[in-house]
Design a protein around this ligand. Structure first.
Ligand code: GRF
Length: 207
């Protein structure tokens, strides 16, 4: 059983989609904890309503980055975490944690990486940039996390059309629907042992 810890900063709709997709117990994965840097996060409230451990952990609670990293690692380990899923987590993960969980951390990004990613490219900024560029397609990307923002090996992507009438809000809504499909699919593929990373490239055996 793949034990998944979700890290989220916001409302948690991606966490909810993942929870709903796994709750029938048919795939070999389950969510064991939800961790947020933000005590007000909707994701924590949702986790409580699903009777899952909901943990508020923020750098601000610790005197040094090292102590925060150690607490985060301890929390992940105490829940037996095999896979970390960043579902709208707005903080960069400590490098030590990224190294410890190499190829065991997923992130969902609301654009087609490697375009429209990197520092500052989050939330509405992404969709504004896509619309401004005149791109006809956008989409969502699930990728493994490395030490650079939005940079690690890509696992899944899917597209949406950008229509002339789209605003950042309408585009965000369309992309979010794709995110809600893509993230559960990625976790299920990993749980089924269908994902292999060779020389930094992801290989998926047939679904
Ligand atoms: C999503 O668009 C995700 O891609 C991004 O932040 C948003 C989080 O939404 N990085 P939610 O909290 O899962 O509803």
């Amino acid at each position: 059983m793949l034990k998944v810890s979700v890290l989220a900063s916001g409302r948690g709709s991606n966490f909810r989609a993942l929870y709903e997709a796994l709750k029938d117990g048919k795939s070999n994965a389950r969510i064991v904890a939800v961790i947020s840097n933000n005590s007000d996060a909707g994701a924590l409230e949702l986790a409580r309503s699903f009777h899952l451990p909901a943990i508020h952990l923020s750098q601000k609670q610790f005197p040094s980055p090292e102590e925060f990293t150690a607490a985060l690692l301890r929390t992940l380990e105490s829940h037996g975490t095999d896979l970390i899923v960043l579902a709208g987590y707005m903080k960069q993960l400590p490098a030590q944690l990224v190294r410890t969980y190499k190829y065991r951390i997923l992130n969902i990004h609301p654009a087609l990486l490697p375009a429209y990613g990197g520092k500052g490219m989050y939330g509405h900024f992404v969709h504004e940039a896509v619309i401004k560029s005149g791109a006809r397609k956008s989409g969502a990307t699930v990728h493994f996390v490395d030490e650079e923002y939005d940079h690690g090996a890509i696992l899944l992507q899917d597209t949406v059309d950008v229509d002339p009438a789209d605003t950042p809000d309408t585009l965000a809504e369309k992309v979010l629907e794709v995110e809600h499909r893509l993230l559960p699919r990625a976790v299920k593929l990993i749980a089924a042992g269908k994902v292999e990373v060779r020389n930094g490239t992801v290989h998926i055996t047939s679904e």
